[in-house]
Design a protein around this ligand. Structure first.
Ligand code: URP
Ligand code: ZN
Ligand code: ZN
Ligand code: ZN
Length: 471
């Protein structure tokens, strides 16, 4: 059925203006005024913003990790994402050394296809680079439309790759038109610091942070950036947390290296002291890289403003406090790493960023949607409000004041790391390809209605005038 959304204020990465939207056949058919309302569903959005659906470029749904499996799957995770205004997620497909990449991709399709309520895509983890992997990459890109590869520089003996693998992946990505993503922490040094801490009987959650100091993130970020420059390739640094890493990215970008940085809401508003909460509650805030001392937050905000950091991911990887985080009582290395963030990512950036004057409304849309679509080969189908784009839309009330709580959130985990935080702004309704998923804050979507998105090659859709590494 045709839909008309009228009287709202449309916000894109470039513009803020009043107009009505006509939606037909999953797409935005027209933007204008005075559309024929006969046989259309008319939605009044007076007093509300209309954003392009947010894109979460960094999720781990139903992922085996730390001796357990992350709690939110593609059903609960994408329902929660939609409640928060996210209409596309890009999840990390893990791979096993020596096994066909397609096996892992098939596993990820099996977990998602009958569950996701919004559109989704995958990044692929690369843990080795040899003849066999080289042979498989073209079909990963051409047939699966997976155009981003993830390399872990941390999690020694679990996911960690060596520098040779990272460098060869950068070379291949350049050749094939893919983007390399890194988890940048020096896993070897962390491994040493962790052993020393455990030998000294330091087992509480806070030692998770103290054994992964900002220097190991800064060093790894700098190393990855320099290798990117050497390979003349392209790099996306996930979950940047600290001044040291921001400086490394800024320096690389100044040299003209194609390096993009992502941060996450948890690093913008929470700090290292949360890991010291009594009764093992600090475990709720254990993820990697860890929360930092408070002074790093203003560095991250400033980098989002200047464009040295360009996107916001959630790094959603949720575990229950009871039964999962618990695994690490008496040994912080056994606390599963990750948190439930997917639902509150957009709200926190709006409230703490736009409402507090740190970024503009248009920068907010760029950081949560447009820049992500361009970076990951989804633009202009996703990431903007324009004629012909998918009708993935968020109707947002900018004035509602509310308190974040596990009681009202839709994620499956048994706690919310932002519990008690006051925010301004609320997602009211969300459309995915022209159909309501959320209507007046109620889930009205269909389980499994989300579609798998094959993505374009890196940089192939943006003009040479718009270098992706520009803001
Ligand atoms: O602690 C985290 N971030 N868990 C998810 C995996 C990763 O490193 O992104
Ligand atoms: Zn990571
Ligand atoms: Zn510091
Ligand atoms: Zn992650």
């Amino acid at each position: 059925m045709r839909k008309i959304i009228k009287n709202g204020t449309i916000v894109t990465a470039a513009d803020t203006y009043q107009a009505d939207l006509l939606i037909e056949d999953e797409k935005i058919a027209m933007i204008g005024h005075d559309f024929d309302e006969a046989s259309a569903e008319v939605v009044d959005a007076a007093g509300r913003y209309i954003f392009p659906g947010a894109i979460d470029p960094h999720t781990h749904l139903e992922m085996p990790f730390g001796g357990t499996v992350s709690k939110d799957d593609f059903e609960t995770g994408t329902i929660a994402a939609a409640h928060g205004g996210t209409t596309t997620v890009i999840d990390f497909c893990l791979t096993d050394k020596g096994k066909p990449l397609q096996n892992s991709i098939d596993q990820w399709h099996a977990k998602s296809q009958d569950k996701s309520v919004i559109d989704y895509s995958f990044h692929l983890m690369i843990s080795e680079m040899n003849e066999s992997v080289l042979d498989q990459l073209p079909s990963v890109i051409e047939d699966e439309g997976i155009t981003s590869f993830k390399v872990f520089m941390a999690y020694k003996n679990v996911f960690q790759s060596d520098d040779g693998t990272l460098f060869k992946t950068l070379e291949q990505a350049k050749k094939l038109g893919a983007l390399v993503m890194v988890h940048a922490e020096n896993g070897d040094v962390i491994d040493h610091l962790v052993k020393k801490a455990l030998d000294a009987g330091q087992t509480d959650p806070i030692y998770h942070a103290l054994t992964r100091p900002p220097e190991v993130e800064g060093e790894a970020t700098n190393r990855a950036a320099e290798l990117t420059g050497l390979a003349d390739s392209q790099l996306y640094v996930v979950h940047v947390t600290c001044e040291q890493a921001v400086s490394a990215i800024a320096a690389a970008r100044k040299k003209g290296y194609n390096v993009i940085g992502e941060t996450c809401p948890q690093y913008l508003v929470l700090d290292q002291s949360y890991l010291e909460k009594p009764d093992f509650e600090g475990a709720k805030y254990v993820w990697s890289p860890p929360l930092r001392e408070k002074h790093h937050q203003e560095v991250l905000w400033n980098a989002l403003k200047t464009g040295d950091l360009q996107t916001l991911g959630s790094d959603q990887c949720s575990f229950d406090f009871k039964g999962q985080k618990d695994l690490g009582r008496g040994d912080f290395t056994k606390i599963p790493n990750g948190g439930p963030i997917i639902e509150d990512r957009v709200s926190i950036l709006f409230s703490e960023g736009v409402k507090k004057g740190r970024i503009t409304l248009n920068e907010f849309v760029n950081i949560t949607s447009t820049k992500i679509a361009k970076t990951f080969g989804l633009f202009p189908q996703k990431g903007t409000i324009s004629v012909g784009a998918d009708a993935d839309l968020v109707i947002f009330d900018p004035d509602v004041e509310r308190t974040i709580s596990v009681e009202t959130s839709h994620m499956a985990a048994d706690y919310n790391p932002f519990e008690g935080m006051q925010v301004t702004g609320q997602t009211v309704s969300v459309l995915s390809r022209g159909e309501f998923v959320i209507k007046d804050q109620q889930f009205v979507g269909k389980i499994g209605s989300g579609r798998y998105l094959k993505r374009s090659k890196f940089g192939s859709q943006t003009s040479s005038q718009e270098k992706l590494y520009q803001k």
